[in-house]
Design a protein around this ligand. Structure first.
Ligand code: SAH
Ligand code: SF4
Length: 358
């Protein structure tokens, strides 16, 4: 029997090609996308403005398949964490973070991560495979399905779950296209953020390929410390990373900014010296800094910086004129915070070699 094609995750132009192969006119793409993304109708038989003949054909050659939810956890502060089963014993996690004026969905781009940042629970588990565009998009559809019953909305999508999005460029950029497409999710480019630990060549490509927002996981102001915390720095040191950031800021037709993420590790990267170096590094760049209190996980060597230290660190940046905020820790009772997303990964990497391969 012919393998059916999963139509989730196909872009407008890919759907145009699909429908034209079935002998249909391009307007079918528009009708079809509205059914799935606006009406949340996934049963071909119910898509009543498609001809009966086309509906029959779709049943034969296509599917609209979503992965299964393994578990849902509701934290006392409103955060929701889902564990999604991708088959073959691979699971990914995603998190919904409600706030007063918005609702952010934090999604995964890979099963695990090969980059092994020392403070990251995902990185400690190893890597199995990239997600397909359909699997990335499925996370938003699944969350939407659930949230619509509670009258909650996703206003922002961030690639800050499991995985390094810039090591899965093709699927991530296609997913971004759908996130911005009015026929699909229709989000503005400012409301979609790719977060990266600094895959420099991919950053140059990203600057030309997609208009979405950028977050850089910096975590240290000098190479010596960053080499240790974010091992990909050994390959792409800070100077090269900052050059790629400047290129991103000056590419594209609209004004761009960068969010720099900095995890606060007690006694490791949180001294006043570090703060001053960071301020110097970011001087003259259109940047905002997000200080993230470290979220501990079992067997970690790190501790979260003291609240007072974080405040002092933030003050140094403020005084240097850098917009800085400290991220509130959320979802602690369900391990739903950044870097606690662990899923379940069949590791296909050999941990000790992985940091220099990319
Ligand atoms: N791989 C990408 C995106 C996923 S990680 C990246 O590194 O940017 C999303 C964010 O969570 C990153 O800024 C990452 O550094 C941060 N993070 C990872 N582990 C963390 C932890 N234990 N506590 C706090 N933040 C963490
Ligand atoms: Fe991978 Fe990001 Fe975790 Fe580093 S912080 S190991 S790049 S997911």
């Amino acid at each position: 029997m012919q393998n059916k094609q999963n139509l989730f995750g196909l872009s407008q132009s890919e759907l145009d090609t699909f429908f034209s192969k079935l002998g249909e006119k391009p307007y079918r793409t528009k009708q079809f996308m509205k059914w799935i993304y606006h009406q949340h109708e996934f049963d071909f038989n119910q898509m009543l403005n498609l001809s009966k003949e086309l509906r029959q054909k779709l049943l034969q050659v296509a599917t609209l398949e979503l992965p299964k939810i393994s578990s849902q956890n509701f934290a006392s502060d409103g955060l929701i964490k889902w564990l999604i089963d991708l088959g073959s014993d691979n699971h990914i996690e995603m998190v919904y973070i409600p706030e007063k004026d918005r609702g952010t969905l934090c999604i995964s781009s890979q099963v695990g991560c090969s980059l092994a940042c020392t403070f990251c629970s995902t990185g400690m588990q190893g890597f199995n495979r990239n997600l397909t565009t359909a699997e990335i998009i499925a996370q938003i559809i699944i969350a939407n399905e659930h949230l619509s019953h509670e009258n909650k909305k996703i206003s922002n999508v961030v690639f800050m779950g499991m995985g390094e999005p810039l090591l899965n460029e093709k699927s991530v950029y296609s997913a971004c296209d759908l996130l911005l497409d009015d026929l699909a999710f229709g989000l503005s480019r400012r409301k979609v953020t790719i977060s990266t630990s600094g895959v420099v060549p991919a950053l140059y490509r990203m600057a030309q390929t997609t208009p979405v927002s950028l977050a850089i996981s910096l975590h240290a102001p000098d190479d010596e410390l960053r080499d240790e915390l974010v091992p990909i720095n050994q390959k792409y040191p800070i100077e090269e990373l900052m050059a790629a950031c400047k290129n991103y800021l000056t590419s594209g037709t609209q004004e761009r900014h960068i969010l720099f993420e900095y995890v606060m590790l007690d006694g490791v990267n949180d001294t006043m010296e570090h703060a001053k170096k960071l301020a110097k590094l970011l001087r003259g760049i259109s940047a905002k800094v997000n200080l993230i209190p470290f979220n501990p996980f079992p067997k970690t060597q790190y501790k979260t910086s003291k609240a007072f230290t974080i405040k002092q660190f933030q003050d140094v940046l403020f005084q240097a004129g850098i917009r800085t905020m400290t991220r509130r820790t959320r979802g602690e009772d369900v391990d739903g915070a950044c870097g606690q997303l662990a899923g379940k990964v069949i590791d296909k990497t050999r941990r000790t070699e992985n940091d220099r391969r990319h």
